[in-house]
Ligand binder design. Structure first.
Ligand code: NI
Length: 184
């Protein structure tokens, strides 16, 4: 089932999320719906607040970019109750966008490698280092669980330059190809 996307201005995107209990109802179905919604919107990551749920989970599909980055063939993962334990001193800058902030793309500096823990879709625990593009997507999605957006990381000058677009979004003046949540 395709779920409507919550866009910049929706309060749920600014809320801190809560941990998912192991007996959370219909978790598998929710994960499937999130993958389906993300695929249709042509995203590589989708966090629960973006579909209006204030819980600690996101899904990532890097398989869609595996023509360019073959190491990500079959990379389709759900990350439940993730934690970032440690980050590298080394950072890098890359352009990001977000399905909840359509039409905005900005360079963001982030740690290059991160040590993370999480449960996968089978609730199996993992403890590992992630790097390169996967680390960037993880951090972007993790931010959503903390009520943060990628535009929080950009300079005041860049914020000024996208201000009009953000105000339009808050008013519901949005042009995007996927279904969005209309009312607050
Ligand atoms: Ni996002």
């Amino acid at each position: 089932m395709i779920l409507p996307m919550y866009i910049f201005g929706q309060p749920v995107l600014r809320k801190e999320t809560t941990e998912i209990p192991v007996d959370y109802p219909n978790l598998k179905e929710l994960i499937d719906n999130m993958f389906e919604t993300m695929k249709l919107a042509e995203g590589v990551g989708l966090a629960a607040p973006q579909i209006g749920l204030s819980i600690r989970m996101f899904v990532v599909d890097l398989d869609v970019i595996s023509d360019d980055l073959p190491q990500y063939k079959g990379y389709l993962h759900a990350f439940i109750n993730p934690q970032i334990v440690e980050v590298s001193e080394e950072t890098n800058i890359s352009e990001e966008g977000c399905l909840s902030v359509p039409g905005v793309h900005e360079n963001v500096r982030r740690p290059a490698k991160i040590h993370v823990t999480y449960l996968d879709e089978n609730l199996t625990p993992h403890d590992e280092w992630i790097e390169d593009f996967a680390a960037r997507v993880f951090q972007h999605e993790y931010d959503h669980l903390e009520g943060k957006l990628f535009i929080d990381h950009i300079s005041n000058l860049r914020k000024q330059l996208i201000k009009k677009k953000l105000i339009a979004m808050q008013k519901g003046q949005i042009n995007c190809s996927y279904k969005i949540k209309q009312n607050r």
